[in-house]
Ligand binder design. Structure first.
Ligand code: TXA
Ligand code: MG
Length: 342
């Protein structure tokens, strides 16, 4: 299959581009599109055959459910049994935006493979012009996981999608680099207090300011949990080819570790804030400025993917505080490193 990549940008023939994408989706095909978090791989969420193509293209285990994307808040009641009061407040405040709400699914409305057999469904309204225009032209919900091969870092650029899925999907809508850079916060509102199943762009602090107490498992608990509530969290994730190790942000320690590894014959890639550039690693990928966690989030996956383009044999990534979006960054880094510290 030939994979076509179309830049949406400010073109005048935008309508033609959207109708091409909508035609493919209505024919049961999959299409990759940008959101404000990462690129998604979409299929019509009521078409079981189409949704199965997502799992196939990604090589995704079939017990890992997909997020349903909608273009308007009103639609949510078409797909869920009830919208809890707290969920209503959160939608008003954070949609469109990087917050996925897990609610009780209406039976037999969405394709079976969307929910992977669970009685619940995750829904969000993305905050991206291209995603919203696509949804509103299609007038149907889109089931969409991140548009990477399963286990790889999520795509923050159309080129990342192309690298992973070329020959496997017919169309990628290129809307440039995604803004936030890590996936949406997944919040289970079927329980009280609601539980964060995956930290993301909408932080615990932001949620609590709106609805009061929100539970969030610590990094340790996330690792120890043998049957995580978000099925996706149990797989190795976000991982480049070379092994990743986490390291404290301590200049002397990093310098010493880099030297020791090089003496053992390693080629070291270092992911760290830009002011660590003088450390003599073999490759350096800046995350952003020190303490600028928004920038770190935006650069993280591109940096992990860039490591794959080098001949580095080991990757060191510096840790950050778990304040604000730092919780999501550390969650992803932990997964990428398989919990390994040096
Ligand atoms: O930002 C995002 O959320 C991106 C963009 C494309 O919207 N999508 C995304 O999807 O990250 P995906 O499939 O890569 O991650 C969805 C996560 C998985 O960890 C999955 O297990 C969890 O959400 N999830 C989905 N439905 C669920 C449900 N009913 N109950 C619990 N967890 C669910
Ligand atoms: Mg994913």
């Amino acid at each position: 299959m030939e994979t076509v990549l179309i830049t949406v940008g400010k073109k005048v023939d935008k309508e033609k581009i959207y109708s091409q994408a909508v035609d493919l989706l209505n024919q049961g095909e999959v299409v990759a599109f940008p959101t404000e978090t990462v690129y998604g791989l979409g299929a019509v969420a009521t078409d079981d055959e189409a949704v199965k193509k997502i799992y196939e293209a990604k090589g995704r285990p079939s017990d890992n459910p997909l997020i349903v994307h909608i273009g308007t808040i009103e639609e949510v009641s078409d797909y869920v049994e009830e919208v809890p009061e707290k969920a209503k407040k959160l939608m008003e405040r954070f949609w469109p935006g990087p917050l996925t709400l897990i609610m009780k699914a209406k039976p037999d409305v969405l394709a079976k493979s969307v929910t992977a057999g669970l009685p619940t469904v995750g829904i969000r309204m993305p905050d991206h012009e291209v995603a919203l225009e696509l949804l509103r032209t299609l007038k149907k919900p889109l089931a969409a996981p991140s548009a990477n091969r399963s286990g790889k870092p999520s795509p923050t650029k159309a080129e990342h999608v192309y690298e992973d899925l070329k020959g496997r999907i017919p169309l990628i809508l290129d809307g440039g680099t995604t803004g936030i850079g890590i996936e949406s916060t997944v919040l289970d509102v079927t329980v009280d207090p609601p539980v964060i199943l995956r930290p993301g762009g909408v932080t615990k602090e932001m949620l609590e300011a709106e609805i009061g107490e929100v539970a969030a498992p610590s990094l340790k608990e996330q690792q120890l949990e043998s049957t995580p509530k978000a099925p996706g969290m149990k797989y190795t994730h976000y991982a480049p080819e070379a092994p990743v190790y986490l390291i404290e942000r301590n200049r002397e320690k990093i310098e010493k570790t880099v030297r020791e590894l090089q003496n053992k014959g390693h080629r070291v890639a270092l992911l760290a804030p830009s002011n660590y550039a003088s450390i003599p690693a073999d490759y350096f990928f800046p995350f952003g400025e020190e303490e600028d966690r928004k920038q770190m989030a935006a650069n993280l996956y591109d940096a992990l993917r860039a490591c794959d383009k080098t001949d580095a044999t080991i990757i060191l990534a510096t840790t950050t505080s778990t304040e604000g979006v730092g919780a999501a960054i550390m969650n992803r880094l932990h997964k990428a490193a398989g919990g390994k510290f040096i």
